[in-house]
Design a protein around this ligand. Structure first.
Ligand SMILES: Cc1ncc(COP(=O)(O)O)c(C=O)c1O
Length: 425
């Protein structure tokens, strides 16, 4: 029998073979052993209520019985084919039915890939090159997306700052950066540059909500200047509402990207738009010059499609989103009440389905304003939550539908302990 390793032995093994000791995603000081329902366990045997939920996909919790059944039904029938398959077609149909801007979809394997193709599609459709992106907006890891996500230096808008080494300067020159929630800045850029293909935006930027009228304002400006609007709904799709942020806010983009939930925890993402825009994926419709070549080994793989379809079916049932919002509200209130009673300045930033706390009194409006007055408070708060059995990212809290009363009670106790720690010198 294989010897059971301790968590620190796993950490040592990871350090030897993985740069920065990890996959690049999350704190490499914790190794997750398994997850079930609302909980995860680490290799040291510690149990946590999971508010990371795989960075979003596991909205129903880990190992949801109906999703498991759908996956187990598919597995012996084949894991991936590269060829069209019925599950992938059914998933495309379900997305088209749910998401207002999608008449057709194309599958890829990750959200970042979907965003990369969305940008390319906008360029192919308009014949223009420039992309307007918001500072702090995250759209995966393509060269275009890695511009002014978390800029190391403050420069004047609309200059783009590469977030990563290895990106040619030429890419920065094709990007225009604006502050989120600033329609006047967007209008000025559209007036000044007549070579903009698209505006790409997260309708909820990380956790910063669009102010009333901002998304509709973007829509109107795009129509006026004949520019495409791309909503990155990798996170918000099937989370803010069944039809995503575009349903919840009533603003329909030209192109959207979807990921996370639609793969049910497996590698699958998509981009969708009207048939007129999507015809650029069809060489016979647009000819060689307008054609956007796209393929991928795992695109539309049937296991991911089966998991995503079942996840969407469960989410589509009566009351799912009301329950998710009620859970989120309780989690917001319990933290806000505890921090307010201790006299600790804070702002809850986000949507009930995805939010976090900023230790500041300022409202979060854009990348520069959404910051902690003292980042060490955030570090202490999150470390104490983790110690008390709450697993979350340092910048987000994702409620899941698997949460129980016992989970909320444990979380309440963890919050109270973390607030006490914040009050200590
Ligand atoms: C808004 C947004 N866009 C794109 C991505 C990239 O998705 P993936 O990690 O599947 O490449 C993410 C991932 O968190 C995201 O939050």
């Amino acid at each position: 029998m294989q010897k059971l390793l301790t968590q620190s032995e796993w950490i040592d093994r990871a350090r030897a073979v993985l740069p920065a000791a990890g996959f690049g995603n999350f704190d490499p000081g914790i190794i997750i052993s398994h997850g079930q329902g609302s909980r995860v366990w680490d290799e040291g045997g510690r149990e946590y209520v999971d508010y990371l939920i795989g960075s979003g996909p596991m909205l129903l919790g880990h190992g949801h019985p109906e999703v498991m059944e759908a996956v187990l039904e598919q597995l012996p029938r084949g894991m991936t084919f590269f060829a069209n398959n019925a599950k992938g077609i059914e998933l495309a149909e379900a997305i088209v039915e749910a998401v207002p801007c999608c008449e057709q979809v194309r599958f890829v394997a990750s959200g970042g890939e979907a965003d990369m193709y969305a940008i390319r599609l906008a360029r192919a459709y308009t014949g223009r090159d420039k992309i307007l992106k918001f500072e702090g907006g995250y759209h995966g890891m393509s060269a275009e997306a890695q511009m002014s996500l978390a800029p190391a230096k403050r420069v004047n808008f609309p200059q783009a700052v590469p977030d990563s080494a290895g990106i040619p300067q030429g890419v920065a020159e094709q990007m225009l950066i604006a502050p989120f929630n600033d329609l006047a800045a967007v209008e000025a850029l559209l007036t000044e540059h007549n070579d903009i293909a698209a505006i790409i935006a997260e309708p909820l930027q990380r956790i910063i909500p669009a102010q009333p009228g901002f998304l509709q304002g973007l829509r109107d400006l795009c129509d006026r200047f004949n520019v495409l609007l791309i909503f990155d709904e990798i996170v918000t799709g099937f989370r803010l509402a069944y039809g995503g942020a575009q349903e919840r806010y009533g603003v329909v983009p030209d192109i959207c990207t979807l990921g996370k939930i639609i793969g049910g925890g497996f590698p699958l993402a998509a981009l969708g738009a009207s048939a007129e825009i999507m015809r650029h994926f069809d060489k016979s419709a647009v000819g060689a010059d307008g054609w956007l070549m796209q393929l991928g080994t795992l695109s539309g793989n049937p296991v991911a499609a089966a998991a995503g379809l079942k996840t969407m079916e469960v989410l589509g049932r009566e009351g799912s989103y009301e329950r998710l919002r009620a859970l989120g509200r309780r989690l917001q209130d319990m933290q806000s009440d505890a921090l307010s009673s201790a006299g600790i300045a804070h702002t809850i930033c986000g949507d009930e389905t995805l939010f976090d706390i900023f230790f500041t009194e300022a409202t979060c409006r854009d990348y520069r304003s959404a910051a902690h007055d003292d980042p060490s408070r955030n570090a202490t708060y999150n470390a104490k939550l983790r110690e008390a059995g709450v697993f979350k990212s340092p910048g987000k809290l994702y409620p899941s539908l698997a949460l129980s009363e016992a989970d909320l009670e444990l979380t309440q106790a963890a919050v109270e302990a973390a607030v006490v720690a914040l009050g200590q010198p």
